[in-house]
Design a binder for this molecule. Sequence first.
Ligand code: GSH
Length: 270
Amino acid sequence: MPILPSDNSDIASLKGIHLYHAGISNCSMRVRIALEEKGLNWTSHEIDLGQQENLKDWYLAINPKGLVPAIVDDGVLVTESADILYYLEEKFPEPPLLSSDPVRADEAREWLDLAAALHMKAIKTWVYGSTGGASKKRSDMKHYAEIQSDKSLVQFHEHSLDGFTDQEIEVARKMLADVFGRVEIRLKDHVFLVGDTQSLADVAWLPQYVLLNMLGFDFRPFPSVVEWAKRQQQRQAYEKAVASWMPKVPGWVMRLGVRLKRFYSKLKPA
Ligand SMILES: N[C@@H](CCC(=O)N[C@@H](CS)C(=O)NCC(=O)O)C(=O)O
């Protein structure tokens, strides 16, 4: 678990739970959901990704990869959404999001680890690819390459500036459709992804649904997933953890914007 050693006295002196996050980030969403499911009090530090606040020196001292989310809990710094969820589960076991049955707990861990493993190659690639989006400017890349030790991130952002090919977007879409196909089979006759109660598996995958659905991913082949998401969205944690952080425009406006952006990005000369 990457509990990052920090000799930064500002971090070490923080009391309580501090979450560094962004509203629409799916990785941030899953941590906010876990915090709310567990009824924990936390202090919000919203990071403006559009303004690249995540790459400012003060934030790099918290997460050297310049990614959200990160938490500091009584001076203990943890990054990576999956690791933060494991940390919260260990430190605040009630109500449990991992079953006491080791087989069920292992299943939930597998779903969470799968969400983490697919983040760049499926989710991020589909989201950036299908929106024609790039979060960095070409002129920022030299500096970004200097400060970013994770070269796969540098490569990803460089590539996003040229645009993902239709084939790359399709490979990402297919990976996601395969996973949601598995989720669909499970949810046809179950309320939760694992066992009979809310677990880290639901917490890990709901944000993927929320983000992808907002951006127009086709969930029509997965009706049980859609019903599960509706149930999840009825949970008390959802309003505070997700809904209240989402853009205040209707989904169709977001999707229209996405299609227009994609259309114009295709018109741009290579
Ligand atoms: N593996 C990381 C991924 C975190 C991540 O990619 N966060 C995105 C938002 S969802 C971010 O900070 N992007 C800013 C950037 O790439 O500059 C995790 O699970 O926490």
